[in-house]
Design a protein around this ligand. Structure first.
Ligand SMILES: CCCCCCCCC/C=C/C(=O)SCCNC(=O)CCNC(=O)[C@H](O)C(C)(C)COP(=O)(O)OP(=O)(O)OC[C@H]1O[C@@H](n2cnc3c(N)ncnc32)[C@H](O)[C@@H]1OP(=O)(O)O
Ligand SMILES: NC(=O)C1=CN([C@@H]2O[C@H](COP(=O)(O)OP(=O)(O)OC[C@H]3O[C@@H](n4cnc5c(N)ncnc54)[C@H](OP(=O)(O)O)[C@@H]3O)[C@@H](O)[C@H]2O)C=CC1
Length: 281
């Protein structure tokens, strides 16, 4: 274990979409580090199964479940009231999201709304609701939003998701300033490829390949969850409004460096041949 076991002792985190995938991994890591947890998602049975697994993995884990569709602002307020009944949360992780591959010109209005409603509006409702509670109570808080690389560089065939995540980055930067005087930090992570059941099925139907990743592999969940734990901890207490990219270098291989991708696999003989093709003047 890289961190002190009590890194998040006494803290309470609400993780949206905490019943599956990366949200579930983040929740388990926070529990291991001493936090208590509230998780939400639409399917109560999925949340309950996650709680059983948490308790098996982390003896004494304190977790509450809050079934909620975060696209519904009224339901989000009721969910936050429910969470706060057991004591205030002081960490919000905006992790729940919706995404699928599609040609954008064929999307119906309902399809656009399905993605924006969850990924952008839902996260905004949760953030505003937590921020208002923290400010009214005069207590500090941290909001961690899980973005994607497409928030930074666009996302062909997942345009609504890219638009929503870019909006969350703008929210992170805006509220870092507006809520800074209240002791509230907002931070974000833009993950590259971290295999989960949903992401592979929806976004990489042909399987996960690593040709475009300088580190030549997918991310391990613990590499994301440790970064998340650090960013919400007091050790990152002076970091706000920032987005940390965790992508094995993938983002830097595009654009002007796109041609470098094949060079990663060149042999010494390939490099010698290239040297020979580049005569000195
Ligand atoms: C390791 C890998 C690294 C991958 C590395 C890349 C990482 C990318 C970063 C992002 C990753 C993620 O977000 S991964 C997270 C993925 N997880 C999820 O998406 C889980 C939540 N998603 C969902 O519940 C569903 O997919 C979703 C459609 C969004 C909402 O479901 P609902 O039941 O509420 O809605 P529905 O009624 O089914 O659909 C609403 C409308 O959307 C349309 N619609 C639904 N699916 C559609 C589709 N595929 N193409 C077009 N249109 C679609 C329907 O026809 C409806 O429009 P009408 O016909 O007009 O009525
Ligand atoms: N896996 C990866 O490689 C990457 C993932 N990400 C991001 O990481 C996060 C997690 O993704 P991942 O774990 O892969 O995918 P999952 O589909 O497993 O996670 C999404 C979660 O959000 C919940 N959710 C979806 N819609 C709603 C809603 N309307 N209201 C409440 N909860 C909802 C789902 O539960 P339920 O269906 O029960 O509501 C589910 O638990 C997302 O923000 C994603 O964009 C970013 C880059 C790469």
């Amino acid at each position: 274990m890289a961190f002190a076991p009590g890194l998040l002792a006494g803290r309470r985190a609400l993780v949206t979409g905490g019943g599956t995938g990366l949200g579930r991994s983040i929740g388990r890591r926070f529990l291991e580090l001493g936090a208590s947890l509230a998780i939400c998602g639409r399917r109560g049975a999925v949340l309950d199964a996650a709680v059983d697994a948490f308790r098996a993995d982390v003896p004494g884990a304190v977790v509450t479940t809050h079934p909620c569709d975060i696209r519904d602002a009224v339901a989000v307020e009721a969910m936050l009231d429910d969470v706060w009944r057991d004591g205030p949360a002081d960490i919000l992780v905006n992790n729940a999201a919706a995404n699928f591959l599609a040609q954008t010109h064929r999307l119906s209005a309902r399809a656009v709304d399905a993605v924006l409603g969850t990924t952008l509006h839902g996260a905004a409702y949760c953030t505003v609701g937590c921020g208002r509670r923290w400010i009214e109570a005069g207590q500090p808080g941290v909001v961690l939003s899980i973005l994607t690389l497409s928030a930074l560089q666009g996302g062909a065939f997942t345009a609504p998701s890219a638009m929503a995540k870019a909006g969350l980055l703008a929210m992170t930067q805006s509220l870092a300033v507006e809520w800074g005087p209240h002791g509230i930090r907002l931070v974000a992570i833009a993950p590259g490829t971290f295999p989960t059941e949903a992401a592979v099925a929806r976004l990489r139907p042909g399987g996960v390949e690593h040709a475009g990743v300088p580190l030549r592999r997918a991310g391990k969940h613990e590499e994301l969850t440790d970064l998340a734990a650090f960013l919400v901890s007091d050790h990152a207490g002076y970091v706000t409004g920032e987005c940390v990219v965790a992508d094995g270098g993938r983002r830097l291989l595009g654009g002007a460096r796109a041609g470098a991708q094949e060079m990663l696999d060149w042999t010494d003989a390939d490099w010698a041949a290239q040297r020979a093709r580049t005569p000195a003047r």
